[in-house]
Design a protein around this ligand. Structure first.
Ligand code: G3P
Ligand code: CA
Length: 223
């Protein structure tokens, strides 16, 4: 079962910061997950569409200039990182799951990956995910080589869409939603299952027994 550091290792450091990513690397995760928004001509790493919860700024992320976002404190003196900074810090040592969180994120992320991903990274070290499945469709159209994973909070998984339209490699259900039937159906369709967010030891063990392929966790050390 792959251990995926959630927003870095957000149980140990301010989420989606370079410090959080470094701690996840130090713990020894297999993959790291981050959330991204496109701002001006760059890609910033932050979860919410507003600044108030995780930084000392206020209001909508998308209504700020890149320069003003970069002046903010995202916790413990950390900056809001750029995608490129996270890529450089990880340095292809583990995989990177980029969750397309902001609107219109697929095109700039695909552009960055296609043009600027350092050559020692392999394309299968990148996984694109999103609750917005149309962004994943756009990503596939722009450059299909980067793997895709639709996220689900609840509801049914449409395997025709996942395998046909998205050509995804896995499905990523919430811990609340996942059950043995979902895991077995996904596996029967040749898809991996990555479950978020699994923090309690009993849940980690339950996911192992269910045969899920990976978990997102705030506390990778517990897994
Ligand atoms: O990708 C798994 C998980 O990060 C999705 O939920 O809200 O933590 O971005 P959220
Ligand atoms: Ca996320």
């Amino acid at each position: 079962m792959l251990i995926i550091g959630h927003r870095g290792a957000m149980g140990h450091a301010p989420e989606n910061t370079l410090q959080s990513v470094q701690i996840a690397l130090d713990i020894g995760v297999d993959w790291i997950e981050i959330d991204v928004y496109a701002v001006e001509n760059d890609i910033v790493v932050i979860h919410d569409d507003t600044l108030d919860r995780t930084t000392n700024g206020h209001g909508a992320v998308m209504e700020h200039s890149l320069a003003s976002l970069r002046r903010l404190d995202a916790g413990k003196g950390q900056q809001i990182p750029l995608l490129s900074e996270v890529v450089n810090l990880i340095d292809a040592k583990v995989g990177l799951n980029i969750e397309l969180k902001g609107p219109g994120t697929a095109a700039p992320v695909i552009n960055y990956l296609s043009e600027h991903l350092p050559p020692h990274w392999t394309q299968d070290q990148i996984l694109l995910s999103s609750f917005d499945h149309t962004e994943l469709q756009r990503a596939k159209r722009l450059n299909p080589v980067f793997n895709r994973a639709p996220l689900y909070w609840t509801g049914e998984i449409d395997y025709d869409f996942v395998m046909g339209e998205l050509e995804a490699v896995c499905v990523n259900p919430s811990l609340r939603m996942v059950n043995q039937k979902i895991v077995d159906e996904a596996h029967d369709n040749g898809l991996a299952v990555l479950v978020y967010t699994v923090n309690e030891k009993a849940d980690i063990e339950r996911m192992r027994k269910m045969g899920v392929d990976g978990i997102f966790t705030n506390f990778p050390d517990r897994a």
